[in-house]
Design a protein around this ligand. Structure first.
Ligand code: HEM
Length: 141
C-alpha cells in the first residue's frame, strides 16, 4: 500500500517536473525575441523566475525523495536498469541546473545561446524521459 502511494506521488511530480523542463527553454526562446531592457523582457524574467521557484524546484525535490524512497522500499540498489535510470536522471537534474543558471545569465543581460540552439536544447528532456520510461517499464537489463 505504501509502495503504491509512493509510486503515485512519484509519477505525479515527475509530470510536474517534466512539464517545467519543457516549458522553461521555450520561455527562453520567446524571452530572447524581446528587445533587451524592454518591459516585455522584464515580464519573461518574472515568468521564468516563478516557473523555477513554484514548479521546478519543489518538483525535483519531491521526485528525488519519493524515487529514493521507492528504491529503498524495493531494495533496487543491485539492479542494472536502476543504475542506468539514476545516471539519466542525474543528467536531467544537471539540465535543470543549467536552465536555472541560464535564467540568471539572462537576468544579467547575457544571451549565450541563439534561438535555434535553445530550440534544439529543448529536445533533451523528451529524449531522456523516453529512455527513463523504457528503463523502468521494460527493464531490459
Ligand atoms: C529523480 C530520481 C528518480 C529516482 C530515484 C527514481 C526511482 C524510481 C523507483 C525506485 C521506482 C519504482 C520502480 C518499481 O516500481 O519497480 C520508480 C518508478 C517510476 N519512475 Fe522513477 N525515479 C526518478 C525519476 C524519474 C523520472 C525523471 C521519471 C520520468 C521521466 C521517472 C519515471 C518513473 C515511472 C514511469 C515509474 C513507474 C514504473 C512502474 O510502473 O513500475 N522517474 N522510480
Amino acid at each position: 500500500m505504501t509502495y503504491l502511494w509512493l509510486k503515485a506521488g512519484h509519477i505525479i511530480f515527475v509530470i510536474f517536473w517534466m512539464a517545467g523542463l519543457f516549458m522553461l527553454p521555450r520561455y527562453f526562446v520567446y524571452h530572447q525575441e524581446a528587445p533587451a531592457g524592454s518591459e516585455e523582457e522584464a515580464q519573461w524574467l518574472d515568468r521564468e523566475r516563478k516557473l523555477l521557484k513554484i514548479i521546478l524546484m519543489p518538483s525535483i525535490i519531491v521526485v528525488w525523495v519519493l524515487g529514493l524512497a521507492l528504491a529503498y522500499t524495493l531494495n533496487l540498489w543491485g539492479s542494472g536498469w536502476f543504475h542506468a535510470k539514476l545516471g539519466l536522471v542525474l543528467l536531467l537534474s544537471g539540465y535543470h541546473g543549467y536552465l536555472a543558471a541560464y535564467h540568471k545569465k539572462l537576468a544579467r543581460g547575457e544571451r549565450a545561446l541563439t534561438g535555434k540552439q535553445l530550440r534544439l536544447f529543448n529536445e533533451v528532456p523528451g529524449v531522456v524521459a523516453t529512455l527513463v520510461v523504457i528503463l523502468v517499464i521494460v527493464r531490459p537489463f
